[in-house]
Design a protein around this ligand. Sequence first.
Ligand SMILES: Cc1ncc(C[n+]2csc(CCOP(=O)(O)OP(=O)(O)O)c2C)c(N)n1
Ligand code: SF4
Ligand SMILES: [Mg+2]
Length: 351
Amino acid sequence: MSYQKSSFRHPRLPVNDLGLTQQAYEGPLSTLCAGCGHDSIGAAIIQACHELSLPPHRIAKLSGIGCSSKAPTYFLNKAHGFNSVHGRMPSIVTGANMANKELTYIGMSGDGDTAAIGMGQFAHVVRRRLNMLYLVANNGVYGLTKGQTSATADRGSKSKKGEDNLLEGIDLATMAIQLGATFVARSFSGDKNELVPLLKAALSHRGFAFIDIISPCVTFNNHPGSTKSYDYVRDHIETASVSDFVPVKEEITSACPVGVTCRDICLHDGSIIRLQQTGDDYDPQNRAEAISAVEHHKAKGEILTGLLYVDPFAEDLHEVLETSDTPLNQLNEQALCPGNDVLQVINDSFR
Ligand SMILES: Cc1ncc(C[n+]2csc(CCOP(=O)(O)OP(=O)(O)O)c2C)c(N)n1
Ligand code: SF4
Ligand SMILES: [Mg+2]
């Protein structure tokens, strides 16, 4: 169900390179609970896609089942959309991406959708390095089905009724790094300043980009004792590196602040991720270091956010499989059925 949203916007709203205001990237009014982190993620996606000047109709948003998977309804109204079965978004996005490599693919999932029923699918889409942005809106509960503890809930955190979670939580970010993701970050729905540049960098990355976004559920998991509440996350965040994203068209004008070390990582299209190193000299291009840094901070009760790992020049699945440059729906009959002579050559090659 969706309600009417006023279409009035200030006439002097800024436009992007396509001449579009942010309104062209919005969706209908959200029916999620007021204050749900998932809507803040939606707002960050709208801002990131607008600032990158992505044509909205060249984006495909896909999801599974859950409040998080319902959230794409409320952004990118003009994009292609597919709300799939619980935990099955990776299969659908793989099929769509293999058939048409020209769209920008955004998969939105939840911690239940990915870390439980969809875990097998998640592992393989990461391993295949599909060229997409995979987001998990991680609230530590099954929000849609009224707040059962999920597989990402931290050991020792308490449910709303006060029960201890006795089991170890799954860390999807370290898992994604281990499984071969080539861009991995963690962020917080309540920190747009960090999230928007990460989304822009992830959308510009060629290969499998994963962002684990802690996204509090205000209805079932925002109490004292929860480690996915707004208060807890704000008090325990440690940033690996503050990142800024400079698209290929723009000149880098911002100088590094005095006393801060900056590291620029150039992506395949020439755009740049600028990292301001904080206390530790964190190297996001070192897989082993990334995993141990996440574990090290977790052991101290901290949540490490920011860009955790990136391999800017990795191959994506299309390159590995040497797929057709032309989307399948644009191949003509001659290309699809080249005739008996070509068939004969192929058959001979197997003899
Ligand atoms: C095959 C199947 N099993 C179970 C369900 C019930 N179900 C719906 S959403 C959901 C969990 C959603 O949790 P999460 O992905 O974390 O999303 P959230 O609502 O927390 O954003 C479950 C178990 C279902 N819809 N389909
Ligand atoms: S139940 Fe939780 S996750 Fe679902 S919309 Fe409400 S606050 Fe968000
Ligand atoms: Mg959840």
